[in-house]
Design a protein around this ligand. Structure first.
Ligand code: PLP
Length: 391
């Protein structure tokens, strides 16, 4: 059996049906801004994608801003809500505070870190040992200078689903906007922008079997967003540039596929991750394969499993699993290569011997039972081999 991809929180393979849906748009040409028939066709496709995405995510079409991916969407949201434009002008950052969490992806954490160097005050909310942020404590960090709260919807490493709706309720009472990075949530669990009550929400096509190079930011009506780019005025000037029509069609189709199959995918994922977890703990011992993250399945992504193998070195394990044809990851994929223990697991106060021995397994829409059984056998064999070499 070829390599088994259990690293689908890093990225997912393109759905062939999505590929087919995009094909005519790659080949037809037509700029959606042009006033001839070709242009009108491209605009129709673009606006249909926008409408479909908006309907599935509980937004209205004019609240959808297409971006190049999740990273750009997060940057646009945070700088944009703060009223920062190109970043070149001198700004007075004193007297501005942002409330965030220590488990954010670098696409948020680095933005906040950059603002900190410019004098913006940053407060981080505490995290429970199951990887969920204490949102009451987070809201309690709001003060008159607070300009923004940012909390991800689902964590990329543990799958912990955050209580973003609860946070937004508390923040909205005080008139403070909330941004959520929903890059790992969209296409994995139902997400409704309106119900969440947030000001902005970021998502990315390549996490749910859509194409890479496309993402989106939902911006609630009435929220003022300064642009990061300046140009032709497309997307109401919020994100100018000729939209990549084929990519928007692909992202919309991938989301429609999720909507049609959501129940079936979620049930299968839950069954397969349960099987991985129980198979590992039965074969290796419950204290030698320990889940990091919420124990309540309702509080975590159904296709993500973060497991520590105490006493083993995660880097070595990852390499051995790669040789055995199982792709997994350590910490955040975007930060791979870093040997520092993951800030997310550290914030959860995971003990030292589990910190460096944690592996993330994440499934995709087409992961099969056979693949999971085969991966399980390979992982058990690798862990036992490393352990016996250590003894
Ligand atoms: N936010 C989270 C939670 C992620 O997991 C990722 C990617 O791994 C990103 C943002 C960045 O998204 P993109 O790769 O589309 O820029």
């Amino acid at each position: 059996m070829p390599s088994i991809d259990l690293d689908q929180n890093a990225t997912t393979p393109l759905d062939p049906e999505v590929f087919e849906a995009m094909r005519p748009h790659w080949l037809s040409g037509g700029n959606p801004e042009s006033r001839h028939a070709l242009g009108r066709g491209a605009r129709r496709a673009l606006e249909q994608s926008r409408e479909s995405i908006a309907r599935i995510l509980g937004a209205s079409p004019d609240e959808v801003v297409f971006t190049s991916g999740g990273t750009e969407a997060n940057n646009l949201a945070i700088f944009g809500v703060l009223g920062e434009d190109s970043g070149l002008r001198a700004r007075d950052s004193t007297g501005i505070q942002i409330v965030t969490s220590p488990i954010e992806h670098p696409a948020v954490a680095e933005v906040v870190g950059r603002l900190a160097t410019e004098g913006v005050a940053i407060d981080q909310a505490p995290v429970e040992t199951d990887g969920r942020v204490d949102v009451a404590a987070m809201a309690a960090l709001i003060r008159p200078e607070t300009k923004l709260l940012t909390l991800m919807l689902a964590n990329n490493e543990t799958g912990a689903i955050q209580q973003v709706g609860e946070l937004a309720k508390l923040a909205n009472l005080q008139g403070v906007p909330v941004h959520t990075d929903a890059v790992q949530a969209v296409g994995r669990i139902p997400v409704n922008f309106r119900d969440l009550g947030v000001a902005t929400l970021a998502a990315s096509g390549h996490k749910f079997h859509g194409p890479g190079g496309i993402g989106l930011l939902l911006v609630r009506k009435g929220v003022k967003l300064s642009p990061r780019n300046f140009g032709g005025g497309q997307q109401n000037g919020r994100r100018p540039g000729t939209p990549a029509v084929a990519l928007t069609v692909g992202m919309a189709r991938a989301l429609e596929r999720w909507e049609n199959e959501a129940k079936e995918r979620s049930a299968r994922w839950a069954k397969l991750t349960d099987r991985l977890e129980s198979g590992l703990s039965e074969a290796l011992g419950a204290d030698r394969a320990i889940r990091n993250g919420p124990s309540d399945p309702g509080n975590r992504l159904p296709q993500t499993l973060n497991i520590s193998f105490p006493g083993l070195d995660g880097d070595a394990l990852l390499m051995q699993l790669d040789l055995a044809g199982v792709a997994v990851s350590l910490g955040s994929a975007c930060a791979s290569g870093a040997t520092e223990p993951s800030p997310t697991l550290k914030a959860m106060k995971i003990p030292e011997d589990r910190l460096r021995a944690s592996v993330r397994m994440s499934l995709g829409a087409r992961t099969t039972e056979n693949e999971v059984e085969e991966a399980l056998a390979r992982i058990i064999a690798v862990v036992e081999r490393i352990r016996s070499a250590q003894d």
